[in-house]
Design a protein. Structure first.
Length: 193
């Protein structure tokens, strides 16, 4: 299904196809990002999942100079994976929108709002401020990447989220342009729904 994907840098919208469709049923919440390179998207999407010398056009590699700006972002994802707020996260090639999609399932929309709209306190006492988030977004854009968001956040039933997760596991097993960024969670057992 196609969605208006929002670039937070300029609030522009662009129709993008999603690889997972929220059903707006109670259960969990979806955070969906489409990432494209503004100047060399063919090379970006083609080489995103390769290793060796072809990995240079990668968001992290192109923004290594932003290590301090990435710090609280990384801490949020590390802590959320440990405390269970982040159920699963994948990075996957979207051959319809020609993007690398970051697809995340979280425990609730309230958690997403607390982390990405408000200014959460992290376990080490630091706070991830909106200024830091905005700066990171601007710096990623300036490095040549356009990040688009599915907004507002949407609900997805646990059953649907688990079914999608196993589709991405199959892609990962088949080396089909997919990376799973979260550890195994027993709630993802399809027999538990």
């Amino acid at each position: 299904m196609w969605h208006d994907a929002v670039c937070r840098i300029d609030d522009s919208k662009k129709a993008m196809a999603a690889l997972i469709e929220p059903d707006d049923q109670p259960g969990w919440a979806l955070r969906y990002l489409w990432i494209q390179h503004r100047f060399d998207n063919d090379n970006f999407t083609k080489n995103y999942f390769t290793s060796g010398s072809n990995t240079g056009l990668n968001v992290r590699r192109q923004t290594t100079h932003l290590q301090t700006v990435w710090k609280n972002h990384n801490a949020v994802f590390d802590e959320s994976g440990i405390n269970g707020d982040l159920v699963w996260r994948v990075k996957v090639y979207n051959n319809i929108s020609f993007s690398i999609d970051y697809i995340e399932i979280w425990r609730s929309i309230d958690i997403l709002k607390n982390i990405f709209i408000e200014e959460p306190k992290l376990s080490q006492g630091q706070q991830w401020t909106n200024n830091e988030k905005n700066q990171l977004g601007q710096d990623i854009f300036d490095a040549g990447f356009e990040v688009r968001h599915l907004l507002p956040y949407r609900n997805i039933s646990k059953k649907s989220a688990i079914e999608y997760y196993w589709q991405f596991v199959d892609r990962w097993k088949n080396r089909d342009h997919c990376i799973i960024n979260t550890r195994w969670n027993s709630e993802l057992n399809p027999n538990e729904t």
